[in-house]
Each structure stands twice: as structure tokens, then as C-alpha cells.
Write a protein that binds this ligand. Structure first.
Ligand code: SF4
Ligand code: SF4
Length: 166
């Protein structure tokens, strides 16, 4: 079956999969995060331009269905999402790979994708960037797959990056 047949496209999948990562947001360790530009700090600008729970690639985890279902502790919804992702991705996604507290956190639940597959997340944590927009190597090859699924995320990140005046 085509991934769009049930209205759950691959793009939605990647958004959802990526957004299944949050919780205790990483406290910024990058100096530039607090730089003022246009009367606002970079963190204020980040919230305005990218969202309230920003993944390393720039996705707003707060609007991810898996994140929302996790916060609601909604087991039925998690199973439903696993079914949708399985169909969309033609891969047997287990419910345990859906529970997620969001990309920015390190102590809560993480989707299988965020936990095992996402090279960008791993890299940005190692380099201690709040998200990849703060990195001089943005947008590196590790982001290619994510931005390939949804180029809008890259566009948003490029705009945000410009606003940082790095
Ligand atoms: S960096 Fe990776 S795990 Fe984090 S939101 Fe983006 S795709 Fe998901
Ligand atoms: S090297 Fe790439 S994945 Fe790593 S923090 Fe920089 S932009 Fe992100």
C-alpha cells in the first residue's frame, strides 16, 4: 500500500518519529544561545521561530502525536501510531519504539528512531549544541535524511540561523 493511502505520509512519519523526543530540555551550554539580537535572546527567538520543544534538527517535538500520546500516557494511541508508522514506513514499528518524551531530553523515553538511528541528535549532543542551527557545520550530511523528508524544517532552521547572526 502506498504510504499516503491512509493519509499518513512518510513526511508525517519522520516528523512524528523525530518529535518523539523531549522532556527535561537540555540547558544551553552554548554562549551564543544567550546573545541578544533585535532585543530578544537567541532562546526567545528559537521559541518564536522553531517552537517550544525543539529537536536537534529543528523539529518541534511538542506537536508530535507520539510525544502528545506519551504525555497523556495513552497506550491505545501509542499502539495506533505504531500501526500508522508501520504502514507508512513498511516496517514493523513496535509500540515501545513510539513512546517518547522528546529529542532534547536525556533521561526520559525516546522513540526508537531518536534512540538508535538519528546521527544528528547524537552529534549535536556530543558537540553540546542546543540544536544544529548553532553549529558552524550546519547543515551537514547527518541532517540530509531528515531534511529530505521535510525540506520545510531546513528552511525554518536557515531562517533561524540567519537571525542568530553567528
Ligand atoms: S534530531 Fe533526530 S531525533 Fe531529534 S527531532 Fe530531529 S530527527 Fe528526531
Ligand atoms: S555537525 Fe551536523 S549534526 Fe552535528 S551538530 Fe553540526 S549540523 Fe548538527
Amino acid at each position: 500500500m502506498n504510504s499516503n493511502d491512509n493519509g499518513f505520509s512518510r513526511r508525517k512519519f519522520i516528523k512524528a518519529a523525530c518529535m518523539t523526543c523531549a522532556g527535561a530540555a537540555l540547558i544551553s551550554t552554548t554562549g551564543c544561545s544567550f546573545k541578544l539580537f533585535g532585543g530578544k535572546s537567541n532562546k526567545e527567538r528559537e521559541k518564536e521561530m522553531l517552537g517550544t520543544l525543539v529537536g536537534k534538527c529543528g523539529i518541534d517535538c511538542a506537536v508530535c502525536p507520539a510525544y502528545i500520546a506519551t504525555q497523556e500516557n495513552n497506550e491505545e494511541k501509542i499502539k495506533e501510531i505504531a500501526g500508522q508508522w508501520s504502514e507508512a514506513f513498511q516496517y514493523d514499528v513496535k509500540p515501545e519504539d513510539v513512546w517518547c518524551d522528546g529529542c532534547p531530553q536525556t533521561e526520559g523515553r525516546l522513540s526508537g528512531f531518536a534512540r538508535q538511528l538519528c546521527e544528528a541528535r547524537k552529534c549535536a549532543f556530543e558537540l553540546k549544541y542546543d540544536n544544529c542551527a548553532y553549529c558552524p557545520d550546519f547543515a551537514c550530511a547527518k541532517l540530509e535524511m531528515i531534511y529530505g523528508f521535510d525540506p520545510n524544517i531546513k528552511t525554518k532552521m536557515e531562517e533561524f540561523r540567519k537571525s542568530l547572526k553567528l
